[in-house]
Design a protein around this ligand. Structure first.
Ligand SMILES: *Cc1c(COP(=O)(O)O)cnc(C)c1O
Length: 466
């Protein structure tokens, strides 16, 4: 029996020090690098080889990493990454990942500090969003899973234990969200066995908020047709344009209609940390559940999603399985009920909470709220540049950190080509989205490293090409 540990640790220690030095250089010099590089075919093919039977020295693997991996990642650490709603990460979170790797804690359960750290993070999240102290929740990969967990809790509230054992049966459960809802929400309905058609997409107004009259009409029509409304989903920050539904109004309707009220606040929930933007989130504290990400606006390294559930008994009743080998004991390492594995779908889980706890502790909520504010100020700056040009036009109001604009006289194909050129040249990575049937350039400003000069450079670069 041979262990995987080295007989002499000094070479590994030296390699580790080298990696740490290089990664600090990488982050501190990120601005000098292209935002993104397309992967050359030989690099791609290098990851289609058979399983190695014989090992390779870690020093050689690190060389391979530097040559074939490091240059070709997404690029969201770069200040000029402005495409999708991706956080930039932060150096403290990077170090926390090293520490978590060394601890190799399984945070599915048992009585150890990993669970205490996660509970602390959940309590902070509830405090941030204005949910009660008793709020429950777990960390997950991202908001896609968090929305899924919330749909399952809502399904439990509607159907009880029978629903867990037998599914929805003849009950025709239906849910409601705005037309701007993220694609993972119909996905969650599908995965929950309710079907994506059971998510009614309610039209939005000129500000991309759910039309409340249309929501009421849809609920009434569904009840008349024998459906059972069970869930209303508000969006705090739509992924396309950053729109906020009127969460207080949705909370009221959910009470009247006896529906679960869930908020998808994947990135927008973090607006609660900004005194100026917080009013947009009014009503979020009334939600039965909230899905949001620490890896977007809160800049924790991927992945770090979170679901909060107001009523812990419901979250427990939705997920807990009583099996003998996992039965929690009154004391010892098997104590400490309830365990995260009873509050979500995962049994084995990594120590995600450590990097979230270290990020929130290292920077504090005020600095993180300041980043939320700053990215929105940068979005206004870009909007002003767009408005000042007769070649560019805003295609959606800029309420948050996302700017969607078009180029006068450009076809969708020309717009798509311009964006792909910028990406392939490694200069900027805006993305595209379709607004009112037209392809828009979408700049989502999420990264704490982005500056006013980056915004001006983007506007100038686009104007040079049109
Ligand atoms: C990003 C996003 C999601 C999905 O979150 P993941 O962390 O990518 O799984 C869901 N809803 C909204 C509004 C988002 O912005």
């Amino acid at each position: 029996m041979s262990t995987l540990d080295p007989a002499d640790w000094s070479a590994l220690r030296a390699l580790g020090h080298q990696m740490l030095d290089d990664m600090v250089d990488h982050l501190s010099g990120i601005r000098e690098q292209p935002v993104w590089r397309p992967m050359p075919p030989p690099v791609r093919e290098g990851f289609t080889v058979p399983l190695p039977a014989i090992g390779t020295a870690p020093e050689a693997l690190y060389e391979r990493f530097q040559a074939d991996i490091q240059p070709y990642v997404t690029g969201n650490t770069h200040p000029r990454f402005m495409g999708w709603v991706h956080g930039g990460g932060n150096p403290v979170s990077m170090l926390a990942e090293l520490l978590a790797g060394a601890m190799n804690a399984n945070c599915g359960g048992r009585d150890h500090v990993g669970i205490a750290v996660e509970r602390q993070v959940i309590a902070w999240a509830a405090e941030m969003l204005g949910l009660p102290e008793s709020t429950s929740g777990v960390l997950l990969t991202g908001s896609s899973m968090a929305n899924f967990v919330a749909v399952l809790c809502a399904r439990y509230k509607a159907l009880g234990q029978q629903g867990r054992r037998q599914g929805a049966g003849r009950q025709k459960l239906v849910a409601y969200a705005s037309a701007g809802v993220h694609r993972c929400v119909p996905g969650a309905m599908d995965m929950a066995g309710l079907g994506s058609d059971a998510l009614r997409r309610i039209p939005v107004d000129a500000d991309f908020r759910m039309d409340l009259a249309a929501l009421r009409t849809a609920i009434t029509a569904d009840r008349a047709a024998g459906y059972r409304p069970f869930l209303i989903i508000g969006t705090a920050g739509t992924v396309d344009v950053g729109a906020f539904d009127d969460l207080n109004a949705l909370a009221d309707i959910a009470v009247e209609e006896n529906c679960w009220f869930h908020v998808d606040g994947a990135f927008g929930a973090l607006a609660t940390l900004s005194p100026t933007l917080k009013p947009l989130t009014n009503g979020i504290g009334r939600a039965d559940s909230v899905a949001f990400d620490f890896h977007k606006w809160a800049q924790v390294t991927y992945d770090a999603g979170c679901v909060l559930v107001r009523d812990r008994e419901i979250e427990l009743a939705t997920f807990a399985q009583t099996t003998n080998y996992l039965a929690s004991a009154p004391r010892g390492l098997a104590g400490g009920f309830p365990w995260p594995c009873d509050l979500g779908p995962d049994l084995s889980r990594g120590f995600r909470a450590l990097k979230v706890w270290m990020t929130l502790s290292a920077y504090g909520s005020e600095a993180l709220g300041g980043i939320v504010d700053d990215t929105c100020t940068l979005a206004q700056r870009l909007a002003a540049r767009v408005n000042a040009s007769n070649r560019l036009e805003l295609l959606a109001p800029v309420k948050l950190n996302i700017v969607c604009f078009g180029i006068a006289g450009f076809t969708d194909t020309q717009t798509a080509d311009l964006v792909a050129d910028l990406q392939e040249e490694g200069k900027f990575t805006p993305s595209t989205t379709t607004i009112g049937g037209r392809l828009a350039i979408r700049a989502a400003i999420v990264n704490h490293r982005t500056t006013a000069a980056d915004i001006d450079a983007l506007a100038e670069e686009i104007l040079r090409r049109v």
